[in-house]
Every structure is written in structure tokens, then in C-alpha cells.
Design a protein around this ligand. Structure first.
Ligand code: NAP
Length: 258
């Protein structure tokens, strides 16, 4: 590949905020974007784990800072984004990654769990995007990547509320594209298949599920979180300048095959 082609993916001079990036997929995406030369902002609620993640990236000589806030608290989100924009620098790339899982049959799913799940997985995307996009609109460019799931498309027993939240994020991605594309902002989503992280520890620890998953997934295995980085760099970079409102499934083929 020529340098000109590779330059399309170069994120030098861009700053990316990745919500929920102290571990798991968010941390892998932060590392991937930083390796593509973006300056990255780690986010989580827990300070110690966010600082540890920041140190891990800095050990690799990557440009990483941290911003602690809870994506569900609109006022805190707004204050944190204003502080980042004025003190650290413009946010050119936003990855809405923070998310949680709660499992129970729908008929006995606690209303409190439903509310918590929706607040993090859906309201959080709205709050952070709204706070960040105001600055992107003023500048006339920006990239937003929403982390969806194969559950944006397919349901499974005991996780109906999670599937509903991720289906909504997929639709919100299209809605953001509808409102913001004309202002130079590209909004797309990545829908991961199954990746071994804390969020799905219950599945990772279940050998029957793991055997079923490997049979069900055309690639025959779990995903490795680093395998999400190519999609993220593509959607964060000039290489995707006319890609908007799309959901890119990174799932080893799971949603393509019955
Ligand atoms: P994880 O390992 O549990 O990490 C979640 C991250 O989000 C942590 O950094 C956590 O830090 C942060 N977080 C949680 N609630 C937050 C809040 N209210 N405000 C700010 N940060 C918050 O999860 P993961 O598996 O990496 O999942 C990341 C995303 O990928 C989620 O949206 C998930 O739905 C999606 N996804 C995962 C898979 C998978 O196979 N793992 C598949 C499809 C989609 P604190 O607790 O310190 O805040």
C-alpha cells in the first residue's frame, strides 16, 4: 500500500474520547486509536482503574489523559466535556463505548435494573454525544462511533433489555447521521460479536456456552478485543469520510449465518 493510502488512516493531530475505557473493549479501542497516533482520553467512573489504563498506554509512549465522569449524569458530562475542550483541546473523535449488562428473564427483570441499563447504555450515549457534538458542529467536522452489539440485531433469552438498548443505539446512530451529517460529522457504529471481557464473565466461565458459541460463529472462536481496532481506526479516520449512519458488525460472521 502506498503512503498516500496509509495516510488516510493516520490520526495524528486528532484527540479521541473513549467512554468506559479503563478495561475491556474500551481500553483496546483507546490503545488502537492511540497506536494510529491519536491523543486519547480515557474515561471511567473508578479513578484507580482509569489511571492504571492511562499508565499502561503511557508505558507504550502513547498520548493518553484521563477524564473521570459517569455517562449517566448529564451535568457532570457537560462539565467534563467543557473542561476537556478548554483545557486539554478539541475532541475530534468520540467513541460511545460505556455499557453494562444485566441478566434475568424478562418477566422477573427488576425495574431498577431496567432503568440502570437504559441510563448507561442509551441515555449515556445521548448525554455525551450532545455535549461533544456542540463543539464538533461549531468546527464543522467530527467522528462519532457508537458501540452497538450483535444484540442490536439478534435477541437472546435473559438479555431482552440489553438487546432493546443496543437496538436503540443502532437507531440513534442513524438519527445522529440524519441531523449531523450535513455539518461534516460522520456517525457510525461498531457491533461486536462475543469478546471475553468482564461484562460477559458469566458466559466466558460457562463451558457449555463457549462450546455453543464456537459452533455458532462461522470463525469458530471468541473475538480478541484487539480485532475491533481496525474498524475503529477506519471509522475515526479520513478513510471513512463518506460513510455515515452505518453499523459495522465485527462478529466473526455470526450475524450473517443461521
Ligand atoms: P467492561 O469490560 O465491563 O467495561 C466497561 C467499561 O465501562 C469500564 O471501563 C467501566 O468502568 C465503564 N463504565 C461502566 N459504566 C459507566 C458509566 N456509567 N460511566 C462511565 N463509564 C462506565 O465491558 P466491555 O465488555 O468492554 O463492553 C464495552 C462495550 O462493548 C459495552 O457498550 C458493551 O455493551 C459492548 N459490547 C461488548 C461485547 C463483549 O463481548 N464484551 C459485545 C458486544 C458489545 P467503571 O466501572 O469504572 O465506570
Amino acid at each position: 500500500m502506498t503512503n498516500q493510502a496509509l495516510n488516510l488512516f493516520d490520526l495524528s493531530g486528532r484527540r479521541a474520547l473513549i467512554t468506559g475505557s479503563s478495561r475491556g473493549i474500551g481500553l483496546a479501542l483507546a490503545r488502537g486509536l492511540a497506536r494510529a497516533r491519536a491523543a486519547v482520553v480515557i474515561n471511567a467512573r473508578d479513578e484507580a482503574s482509569a489511571r492504571t489504563a492511562q499508565s499502561l498506554l503511557r508505558e507504550e509512549r502513547l498520548d493518553a489523559t484521563a477524564a473521570l465522569f459517569d455517562v449517566t449524569r448529564a451535568d457532570d458530562v457537560s462539565a467534563a466535556i467543557e473542561a476537556l475542550e478548554s483545557e486539554t483541546g478539541p475532541i475530534d473523535i468520540l467513541v460511545n463505548n460505556a455499557g453494562i449488562q444485566r441478566r434475568a428473564s424478562l418477566e422477573s427483570f427488576a425495574a431498577q435494573d431496567w432503568n440502570e441499563l437504559m441510563r448507561v447504555n442509551l441515555d449515556g450515549v445521548f448525554h455525551v454525544s450532545q455535549a461533544v457534538v456542540r463543539h464538533m458542529l461549531r468546527r464543522g467536522h467530527g467522528k462519532i462511533i457508537n458501540i452497538c452489539s450483535v444484540q442490536s440485531e439478534l435477541a437472546r433469552p435473559t438479555i431482552a433489555p440489553y438487546a432493546a438498548s443496543k437496538g436503540a443505539v443502532r437507531m440513534l446512530t442513524k438519527g445522529m447521521c440524519a441531523d449531523w451529517a450535513r455539518h461534516g460529522i460522520q456517525v457510525n457504529a461498531i457491533a461486536p460479536g462475543y469478546f471475553a471481557t468482564d461484562l460477559n464473565r458469566a458466559l466466558v466461565d460457562d463451558p457449555d456456552f463457549s462450546a455453543w458459541l464456537c459452533k455458532r460463529t462461522p470463525a469458530g472462536r471468541w473475538g480478541n478485543v484487539d480485532e475491533l481496532c481496525g474498524a475503529a481506526v477506519f471509522l475515526a479516520s479520513d478513510a471513512s469520510s463518506f460513510v455515515n449512519g452505518q453499523t459495522l458488525f465485527v462478529d466473526g460472521g455470526l450475524t450473517s449465518v443461521v
